[in-house]
Design a protein around this ligand. Structure first.
Ligand code: ADP
Ligand code: AMP
Length: 216
């Protein structure tokens, strides 16, 4: 199964991807995570991507398509994968279509997670993750069971993304509306678009996504 989670920054894609990965045995492919790893490792890709990411702009299609093209060749993708944060432009969607076509594969569903912009700003500015296992939290919406201790691994080290600040969020949302929303008619025309209410609470969003996947 090949699933795309489509939604603005902060919509809950990463939060839900981890759950779907566990329930449906799909590998999560997050271009944001891959690019952040490249920036941290100061690779050539990371050096090229860094400024775009800090400004809340998209990294070039060439870079992200290259990353995904390599990644889907790996063995763990054979059982299907869940794309989180890719594609983000029509050119990327077309390139993905070509990559899958060459392998006799196709996108099974594109799940659009609809969330209003005011909530997104709150979700992004309140987001933090465990520095050791990358489990995601929120200042008010999703706290660890014991304050200051990660539920997943017991670590007390947490981190916030450099681009999760109010100024960059505005730019990221504008980028989403201008460059990524054209994917909605693109996938609707292919008959694979499913829209869910991303404003619902986290467990309810999981139920909605499971309903979509179980109907495939
Ligand atoms: P994305 O991967 O789409 O950028 P995340 O999954 O990282 O978004 O979610 C952004 C923040 O919002 C996180 O701190 C997360 O805990 C919180 N969050 C995710 N889904 C919901 C939800 N349905 N309701 C409230 N907060 C949520
Ligand atoms: P994310 O973690 O999905 O919020 O992505 C963080 C940042 O990485 C984005 O603001 C972009 O700068 C970059 N990025 C992630 N995925 C893509 C993509 N598919 N195309 C272009 N840039 C991307």
């Amino acid at each position: 199964m090949i699933i795309i989670l489509l939604g603005p920054p902060g919509a809950g894609k990463g939060t839900q991807a981890i759950r779907i990965m566990e329930s449906h045995g799909l590998v999560q492919l997050s271009t944001g995570d891959m690019l952040r790893a490249a920036v941290a490792a100061e690779t050539e890709v990371g050096k090229k991507a860094k400024e775009f990411m800090a400004a809340g702009k998209l990294v070039t299609d060439e870079i992200v398509v290259g990353i995904i093209a390599d990644r889907i060749e790996e063995d763990d993708c054979k059982g299907g994968f869940l794309l989180d944060g890719f594609p983000r432009t029509v050119a990327q969607a077309e390139a993905l279509g070509q990559l899958l076509d060459d392998k006799g594969l196709k996108v099974d569903a594109v799940v659009e997670m609809k969330v209003n912009d005011e909530s997104l700003v709150d979700r992004i500015t309140g987001r933090y993750t465990c520095a050791d296992c990358n489990k995601g939290y929120h200042d008010t919406n999703l706290k660890p069971q014991k304050a200051g201790v990660c539920d997943g691994c017991g670590s007390t080290n947490f981190t916030r993304r450099a681009d999760d600040n109010r100024e960059t969020v505005t730019s990221r949302l504008a980028t989403y509306h201008a460059q990524t929303t054209p994917l909605l008619p693109f996938y609707e025309a292919q008959g694979v678009l499913r829209t869910i209410d991303g404003m619902a609470d986290i467990d309810d969003v999981t139920v909605q996504i499971n309903d979509v996947l179980n109907a495939l």
